[in-house]
Structure formats: structure tokens, C-alpha cells
Design a protein around this ligand. Structure first.
Ligand code: FAD
Length: 288
């Protein structure tokens, strides 16, 4: 099913998982998926390993296949292009097609100094255009940045570039994580003024671990509102209190987003079905 069609029916509620870094993690991720599937998300997306290592790539496709064909949940395969050639993308597309995966989140990927960048694709819009030029029946989604992509000069430039991605054929966008809903609303206003009218899902990451969130924030530049900063200060060293406070913060964010008419909510589950379940249970009557 084409992901963008889901938004015509409801406020979309979806999850993201990442493939295990080691072979030994495969059984754990299967168990995680079993639990996530029982929460009835509209889709589950699977990330693609930066640097495009063969193992991560195969695992992304395997997990998408399992989600789609065994759990009968819609899925999106993430695919980044900086370290792929047209030839390697062709192989991945053939594989995805064979597994019946129809939706791809086309990404540029982050620069990884350990790998040499390939020349075929510079931006996610190049990959989007390429995938669609193959006429294989794929539907393409893209990423967006409520607090500006870290390499962009400013928000206006970034949104103009986002428009190129949508004009290239991206039919649905998923946002980078953010903790300040006002930043998201301001971004959406500008996106709509720029003529981008595809559904935009809000990326929500539950803050359940202080160190992990500090690492994430330093990587993606999300701002920490005073309310969250106080929560981190007060509960950061108490794992259970931090987890519970982080879940409540995410639930509050979601309630406010839905009240303000958000198209959809994408939970960065960090492969933690317990946290995903607590959030899902808390917003079940709200996100519909
Ligand atoms: P692009 O859309 O190509 O944008 C990158 C930069 O280039 C931006 O600054 C943009 O303004 C600029 N730009 C874009 N087009 C043009 C143009 N035509 N001319 C000039 N400038 C331009 N990474 C992974 O490795 N694996 C994943 O699975 C993964 N999943 C992600 C999921 C989501 C929802 C998000 C938000 C990010 C994800 N990332 C993932 C990280 C992502 O790859 C990085 O944020 C990366 O730095 C940018 O990717 P992009 O697809 O947004 O790039």
C-alpha cells in the first residue's frame, strides 16, 4: 500500500526500528517486531546502515520483508545514497521488489569518514528521481528537518531544497526528532507557504536515557526546551524515573500535535517495545 494514501483516512501512527548491529541481535529484533506489530501501527520503517555495509543492507530488506509478509504490517525501507552507485541501488530495488516492499524512504545519508562517497547521487532528491525513473511501482518518502538540516545555510534554503525533493516525487515526509512543538508548527507553516502539500509526519523520540539523548541532540541539533531540560536534570540519573518522565513528555507532545491537526506521528522506538507500548496505550483514544 502506498503510505501517502493512509493519511486520507486517519492521523497516521507509525514506528521506526533499526537493524541489529550484530548477527546475534537478529532474534532480539524479531521479538521486538512481534511486540510492535501487536500495537497495530500503520507502518513500521526500518533504517539503513550508514556507509551502506552489505550486512546492514541485507538486514534492512529482510526485516521489511518480515514486517510486510509475515506480520502483514505496511513497511518503509530506508535507503541512503551517498555510498551507493546506480548499480548497487538497482540490486537493492530488485530485492525490495522481490520481497513485495513498495515504500522507500529515500535519503542522502550522513557523511561517514570511514567510507568513500560514490559519485552517482549527491542529494536525496537525486535518489528519489532515480527510483521513480525505474517505473518499478515504488512510492517514495523523504526526510525533513523542523529545526533545519545541520548543513543547510538557513531554514528558507533548506525548505527550498525540500521542495526539490517533493517535486522529484517524494509523496510523504517524516521529520527529524524534535522536542519543541512550536518549532514544528513554525516549520509546517513555512513548508505549506513554500507549496509543499504532502503529508508530514512528526518524528517523536521518547527521552528515556539522558546520555543517549545528549548524543542524539549533538548529532541532529534538536533544541531542548526548558521543561525537558528540567526533567533531564531532575531524573537523568534515575533510570526508571527518567524512562517514565520521558514517556510522559512524548505523550504530552503527541496530544498537543494531534490537537493541532498533525498529519501523523512517527515514533523512533529505539527498538524498545515496552516504551512503544506505554506510549501507544496512552494515546490510543487520541491518535485515530
Ligand atoms: P537531503 O535531502 O539530500 O539534504 C541534505 C542537505 O543537502 C540539506 O542541507 C539540504 O538542504 C541540502 N540539499 C538537498 N537538496 C539540495 C539541492 N538540490 N541543492 C543544494 N542543496 C541541497 N541516515 C541513514 O544513514 N540511514 C537511515 O536509515 C536514516 N533514516 C533517517 C530517517 C529520518 C526520518 C531522518 C530525518 C533522517 C534519517 N537519516 C538516516 C539521516 C539522514 O540521512 C541525514 O540527516 C542526512 O544528513 C540528510 O539526509 P536527507 O535525505 O535529508 O538529505
Amino acid at each position: 500500500m502506498k503510505i501517502s494514501d493512509l493519511f486520507q483516512e486517519k492521523t497516521v501512527f507509525s514506528f521506526e526500528v533499526f537493524p541489529p548491529k550484530k548477527e546475534s541481535g537478529v532474534e532480539t529484533i524479531y521479538k521486538t517486531l512481534e511486540e510492535l506489530k501487536d500495537l497495530n501501527p500503520d507502518f513500521i520503517s526500518v533504517t539503513y546502515g550508514a556507509g551502506g555495509s552489505g550486512v546492514a543492507n541485507a538486514t534492512t530488506i529482510d526485516l521489511c520483508s518480515k514486517i510486510k509478509n509475515e506480520y502483514h504490517v505496511e513497511t518503509i525501507a530506508h535507503l541512503s545514497c551517498l555510498y551507493n552507485t546506480k548499480e548497487s541501488v538497482d540490486k537493492i530495488l530488485d530485492n525490495l521488489k522481490m520481497q513485495g516492499v513498495e515504500n522507500i524512504l529515500a535519503l542522502r545519508g550522513d557523511v561517514n569518514p570511514d567510507f568513500e562517497v560514490e559519485k552517482d547521487f549527491k542529494y536525496a532528491s537525486d535518489l528519489t528521481e532515480y527510483i521513480l525513473s525505474k517505473n518499478m511501482g515504488f512510492h517514495v518518502s523523504g526526510a525533513c528537518y523542523p529545526e533545519v538540516h545541520q548543513e543547510a545555510e538557513n531554514m528558507i534554503v533548506d525548505i527550498k531544497n525540500l521542495k526539490k525533493k517533493v517535486d522529484a516525487g517524494a509523496e510523504h515526509l517524516i521529520s527529524q526528532l524534535f522536542f519543541d512543538n512550536h518549532a514544528y508548527y513554525d516549520f509546517i507553516d513555512k513548508v505549506r507557504i513554500a507549496g509543499i502539500d504532502v503529508p508530514v509526519e512528526a518524528g517523536i523520540m521518547p527521552v528515556t536515557n539522558k546520555k543517549q539523548i545528549e548524543r542524539m541532540v549533538s548529532m541532529c541539533g534538536a533544541s531542548i526546551p526548558a521543561k525537558l531540560s528540567k526533567v533531564l536534570q531532575k531524573f537523568g540519573d534515575d533510570p526508571v524515573a527518567m524512562r517514565d518522565a520521558g514517556i510522559s513528555y512524548a505523550v504530552d507532545q503527541i496530544i498537543d500535535l494531534v490537537a493541532n491537526g498533525v498529519d501523523g506521528v512517527h515514533i523512533y522506538t529505539m527498538n524498545d517495545p515496552y516504551v512503544a507500548k506505554r506510549i501507544t496505550d496512552s494515546v490510543a483514544s487520541i491518535v485515530k
